[in-house]
Structures are given as C-alpha cells and as structure tokens.
Design a protein around this ligand. Structure first.
Ligand code: FAD
Length: 690
C-alpha cells in the first residue's frame, strides 16, 4: 500500500513536470534568447540556472525532459576534491548541493583522519529524488524555459571576413525540421553524447547513455569542420545494477553512514533524511575467480580490446585486474534509492557480454546468487580539447560559444556542475555585454579545475583531487561561502540577495567570534590549570590567546564556551568552523603572501596577438609550439603549461614588461606630440586673432 502510494505520488509529480514543460515547449516558438544551453545533465542544468540568475533570458534544450538531472552512473555525489566543488557550486547559489541534501540517503565524510581542509563530504543519493529536485528548481527559476529537442547544428557566422578562422555563434538548429532559435550565447554541455558509442561484449551501437541516442553528427561536424576545433576520443563505463534481494549482505562488511550527516548546502542546517533513516553501504572484495573470468573473456570484450588501460580514475574491473594481477579489489555495494530494489556495485564497471558479467559477479561471495537487473556497458565519445577555451570557458575562436562538462574531457557530476555554473555565468555576462568573470586557482577549486583544463588540456578523463590545489589549506569545504558567495553577489551576479545576506551574517559573526577569542589571553600555566586534559607543548611558556589555545587537538570551541560563557556562548552555532579557522589560521597567513605573489603574476595578461614564433626571446621550439597552441591568457596560466620552464617564464615576463614599457613610452610620446601640435595650433590661432 505504502509503495503504491509513493509510486502514485511520483507519477503525479512527473506528470505535473511534463505538463508544465510541454506548456512551455509550446511557447518555444520564441525565436530569440540571450542564452541557449544544450543538454540537461549536470553541466547543463547548472549552466541554465546560473545564466538565468545572472539575468539572461535563457532556454535549456535537452533530448529528453524526463532525464533532466539524471545521474548516469553512480548515485552519489561529492568525495575527496569533488566535495569541495559541490560546496563551491552551492556557495555560488548552484543547485547540486541543495539537491544532494534533499536526495541524500547516506552521508559520510571521506578522509576524516586527515585535516578538515582535505575532508571529502560525500552522499549516496536517491536517483529519483535528485532528479525531482533539479527539475522543480529549474521550473521555478525566473527567466528560464526548458524544452525537449535535439540540437542538430550550431549556427555560426564569420563576423569579419578579413579575419578568417574567427566566428560568432548566432543560435541553434533543432533536429526534425528547420526550427532555428537565435541567441547571443550558446553553452554546449552534451556529456558523453558527442558521437557516442555504447559497448557490451562484442557489440557496439550508437548511443550517449543506455536508452539515449547520441548527439547528432551535425553538431560534431560544426565543431570540427566549421570551427576547426581539435577533438579527441575518451571512454568510460558503468557496472551492472544488481537486484538487492539476490545479494547476501551478511557476507559483506557493513559501513554505516555518519551519525551526524553534514549538509552540503550553506543554506541548510540539516539534511532532509534524518540520521536514523539513512541506509547503509557494504564493502566486499574480489576473488581470484574474478580475474580468471576477465582473462577468459577478453576476446569477447571489444571495449577492452581497444584500450586495455581505460580511464585511470574510474577504471573498469577488467583494467584493474589486468593492471594489478593477483590483487583483491574493493567492491562497494551501495543503495540506489529509498524505494529502489537495486544495488550499485561500485568498482565493478565492466563491458563483457551480459552472461559473462553474471558469471563474474557470482565469483564474489555476497553475490554468489546475485541477479543482474541491467548489464554494465562502456561508452566512447568525442571531447573538445579544452586548451581551445578561455578561462571563461568560451571557445577562443568563436564569440559566444561556451563548453562545459564531460565535453571538455572531465569525468564526474561535480566537475561538470562546476564548469556548467561558470560557463552559464559567463555566457549570460557575454550576452548582456558585461565583462567575463574570472575565478583564480588561489580562491577556489573551480578556478583550479578551469585553469588546469584550459592551460594544460587533458589526455585522459580529468577528475578533481585536493592535491591539484596548491592552496588547499585556504580552499576548504567549510569556508567556500566566505570565499565565493560575497564575490558571487557583488562581482558576478549569480547569487541571490537572500544567500548574500546570510553570508554577510556568517562572515560578521565569525569575525566577531575571532576577535573575542583573540581578546581572551592567559598564561600557559593558567590554561593548563583550567584544562588539565589538554596537553600544551612545553615550549609554550608565554601567554596564549583563546584562539591560539583552540588550535590544540584536545580543545574544542564548546569547551571554551563552557568556561567563558559570557565571551563565547553566543557563537556556538559556528563552533566547528571556529575550531577549523583556529587550526588553519597560521598556515593560511603564511600562504596569504604566496597567494598575493601568485595573484600578481597570474593577473599579468599576455597579449592576444603575441606571435610566439617570432618572439625575440630565448624560447625552445617546444615552448613556442605549446604557447602558440594554447595561447594562455595570463602569465600564471603559462607557468602551468607542460614543457614551459622557469627560464621561459622569465623570458616571457621580460618581454611583456618590455612591451608595456615601450607602449607607455609610445603613448607618452604620442600624447606629447599631440599636446605640442595643439599648442602650435593655439599659438597660430592666437597670432591670427591678434
Ligand atoms: P551528461 O550528464 O551526460 O548530460 C548530457 C546531456 O546532454 C544529456 O541530458 C543529453 O540528453 C543532452 N544532449 C546531448 N546531446 C544533445 C543534443 N544534441 N541536443 C540536446 N541535448 C543533448 N562519472 C564518474 O565520475 N565516474 C564514473 O564512473 C562514470 N561512469 C560513467 C559511465 C557511463 C556509462 C556514463 C554515460 C557516464 C559516466 N560518468 C562517470 C560520467 C558522468 O555521468 C558525467 O561525468 C556527468 O554526467 C557529466 O555531466 P554532463 O552534464 O557533462 O553530461
């Protein structure tokens, strides 16, 4: 009865969504938008919502309305590095953090044994709830229209025939008919769909995801042939989904969720799922039988035959056993949703024929009698080499065309969402004639992600890790709101005033609390007397402020508040944030100087028209070739290019300074000349008047 009730509720929700959408679709005859976003995946939904928040009239066109916000692979979000991205997207008023809080059924912090700067907030999600949340948010976003349709072609013009190779996007053409829609900016977020092929066993068929057709050949044609963009081919895969009732979970190790689930969104104080309602995950290991089945079936597995290594960061079970023979590999058995009858076996992505997949999983003890609901499969797709993009994620040779998500060579929902948000922001700003917004790698993981993509490019699917961020002690998940929300409102325009006001309140209260902590100062002996359980190092002989004292691992803000209620109890709401702030403050202060140096360097613009081949400085052929191909927009971006040595950077720096000096000299000379001419003219006029 209960399951029936829930199903009816779900159907009703879907029906109401579809009816609103189709009503909107009937209006899509509108011919002109500021921004069109192609694709309703993780990048597309964030891009569309962000563009609309910035104030652009936005259209989201996607192949199938009911797959908007679908989790193509693992029903989970966050993790080490990825969790940081979710927090940052949320701080910029994006959707995925709030969607995860609504749909999460298992929350845990990965890396908890390490410092909070590199904790990885992660949640297992209910697929349907996640999708419902994203869909309802999009429908309630003012200025955003969602329509179903497949984009067949990008409309582009060459605005100035004198500059061949430079283009401007003017809109899209939909498949099935000649329906064209104009826009000043277009954001392409086609995920794994661009010339996508699906692989199972020895067969392959066109597709972007199981049950979905690939993106039309026309789109690839525009990108490659019309715009001359370099593309590559990448691959990934997904595991079979397993019928929960057929699994003996008593043979796996239980991993319960965190007892205090931590929400992703800075707007939420708690998650929708109550702590005690969370589901559990289980861990098991592969056996030698798994390796045997993989080896015996290699000749039946064309995905693996083409590339036995596969993606490094989401490796298939085939590539894991081939790379590390004789080892046992972890397999996580994770819930797919509250009402779902399926389990997701993380670590068992595979592309062998379905009957072999069944043989393989049954080699794992808890799965001895398991039944497969949907077999695993692989996907191979085109991506656009991201070094052809600017830091705003705009294609360098095509005004108004932005790319985000898996199409840029990344993997993962979080990487896609982060790029989507930023591309959406900049697409809107470009359409509204506002300058591009920038995020540096010193202030955010999103900045790190974009800088890595546009300056280094990718050779395999890119995923985020905390080790990619040089300034990770400052770029923490706990302070993403203080780093980004204020900027998001004041400079970028993608944050609501409600969220902005809340961020101001948080910032002011934390600053006030830190000042209060600094104002309480006691000798170390007094601290020892008050808190005998806290071991203060012997070298500390002088006095310590409460802020210094809070750095000790056995000390918590709540203990301080108990001892000094009048000073601190009003800040208890932020006890964990204050503890983290105290621990990282000394590191962050040291880092601040380094950040300032990098920011100066990063912001030094490299002229667009620089001819690296004729540059009169000592640069290797390889450095010239890389610089010419990537055309980094700043010196900071050039620093991180492969093959660009410190000597090359010094040469570039000197060249830019020399050029700036010369230009200033020329400008000064010209203005002197102009002044002299004006004085002459004035003198002549004056003498004529006399
Ligand atoms: P998607 O979420 O793929 O969304 C693309 C959207 O664009 C879709 O809605 C599609 O319908 C739409 N679209 C495409 N072409 C057109 C067109 N011409 N017109 C209109 N709409 C169009 N990530 C991991 O982190 N780990 C994994 O192990 C992993 N495995 C994966 C396995 C498979 C089989 C697949 C398909 C994906 C996997 N992913 C994995 C990737 C993850 O799904 C993506 O990283 C993420 O969804 C990318 O988001 P996106 O927005 O770029 O693209």
């Amino acid at each position: 009865m209960c399951a029936f009730h829930m199903l009816t509720k779900k159907l009703r929700r879907l029906q109401s969504f579809l009816s609103v959408v189709s009503r909107r679709a009937s209006h899509h005859a509108k011919k002109q938008y500021d921004v069109i976003v192609v694709g309703g995946g993780h990048a597309g939904t964030e891009a569309a919502a962000a563009a609309a928040r910035v104030g652009a009239e936005t259209l989201l066109v996607t192949q199938k309305i009911h797959t908007v916000g679908a989790l193509s692979c693992n029903p989970s979000i966050g993790g080490v590095g990825k969790g940081h991205l979710v927090k940052e997207v949320d701080a910029l008023d994006g959707l995925c953090g709030r969607a995860a809080d609504r749909a999460g059924i298992y929350f845990s912090i990965l890396n908890r044994r390490k410092g909070p700067a590199v904790w990885g907030p992660r949640a297992q999600l209910d697929r349907q709830r996640y999708r419902d949340f994203i869909q309802s948010e999009l429908l309630s976003t003012p200025g955003l229209t969602v329509v179903e349709g497949s984009v067949e072609e990008l409309l582009v013009v060459e605005p100035n025939p004198e500059i061949p190779g430079q283009h401007r996007v003017t809109g899209i053409r939909l498949a099935n008919g000649d329906h064209q829609i104009s826009a000043s900016s277009v954001v392409l977020t086609t995920g794994t769909f661009l010339s996508g092929s699906l692989f199972v066993g020895e067969t392959s068929s066109p597709g972007g995801r199981i049950g979905d057709a690939p993106s039309s050949a026309g789109l690839s044609h525009t990108l490659r042939e019309r715009l001359g963009l370099r593309t590559g081919r990448l691959r990934t895969g997904t595991p079979p989904r397993i019928v929960k009732d057929s699994v003996d979970l008593s043979l796996a190790t239980l991993h319960p969720a965190d007892s205090h689930p931590m929400p992703f969104s800075f707007l939420n104080t708690h998650t929708h799922c109550k702590p005690e309602e969370q589901l559990s995950c289980y861990l098991t290991l592969t056996t030698p039988g798994v390796e045997r089945v993989v080896r015996e079936s290699l000749h039946l597995n064309c995905h693996i035959q083409q590339d036995s290594k596969g993606p490094r960061y989401c490796p298939s079970i085939e590539s894991r056993v081939l790379r590390f023979p004789g080892r046992q590999h972890q397999v996580w058995l994770e819930p797919e949703g509250v009402t779902s009858d399926l389990l997701y076996p993380q670590g068992l992505s595979m592309t062998m024929p379905p009957d072999v997949q069944l043989r393989l999983i049954r080699e794992i003890p808890p799965l001895h009698r398991a039944e497969i609901h949907t077999p695993g499969y692989g996907v191979q797709y085109d991506f656009v080499c991201p070094t052809q993009l600017s830091p705003a994620l705009q294609v360098k040779n095509t005004q108004g065309l932005f790319l985000a998500g898996q199409i840029n060579g990344t993997t993962g929902y979080e990487e896609a969402a982060a790029q989507g948000l930023w591309a959406g922001v900049n697409a809107a700003r470009s359409a509204l004639s506002m300058p591009a917004a920038a995020l540096s790698r010193t202030e955010s993981y999103i900045g790190v992600l974009i800088d890595d993509l546009v300056s280094r490019g990718v050779t395999e699917p890119y995923r985020m890790f905390t080790s990619r961020a040089e300034f990770r002690t400052s770029l923490r998940p706990d302070n993403a709101d203080l780093r980004l929300t204020l900027k998001g409102f004041e400079e970028v325009g993608c944050v609501s005033s409600m969220r902005y006001k809340e961020a101001i309140r948080v910032r002011d209260t934390i600053q006030e609390a830190i000042a209060a902590l600094q104002s309480v100062s006691l000798s170390t002996s007094k601290w020892r007397k008050k808190f005998p359980a806290c071991s203060i190092s012997e070298s500390k002989s002088s006095s310590l402020t409460a802020l210094d004292f809070l750095q000790y691992s056995d000390m918590s803000f709540d203990l301080l508040a108990l001892e000094f209620p009048a000073c601190f109890s009003s800040y208890k709401e932020f006890s964990q944030r204050l503890k983290i702030e105290a621990v990282y403050r000394p590191h962050c202060e040291k880092q601040k100087k380094e950040v300032e140096r990098i920011q100066r360097e990063e912001s030094m613009a490299l002229p667009d028209d620089i001819d690296y081949w004729s540059l009169p400085v000592s640069l290797s052929q390889e450095a010239r070739e890389t610089l010419d191909r990537v055309r980094p927009s700043t010196l900071g971006a050039a620093t991180r290019l492969e093959g660009i040595t410190p000597a090359a950077i010094v040469a570039l720096l000197n060249y830019v300074r020399f050029k700036e000096k010369n230009e200033t000299k020329t400008r000064r000379h010209q203005s002197n000349q102009k002044r002299e001419q004006e004085e002459d003219l004035f003198a002549t006029n004056a003498s004529l008047q006399h």
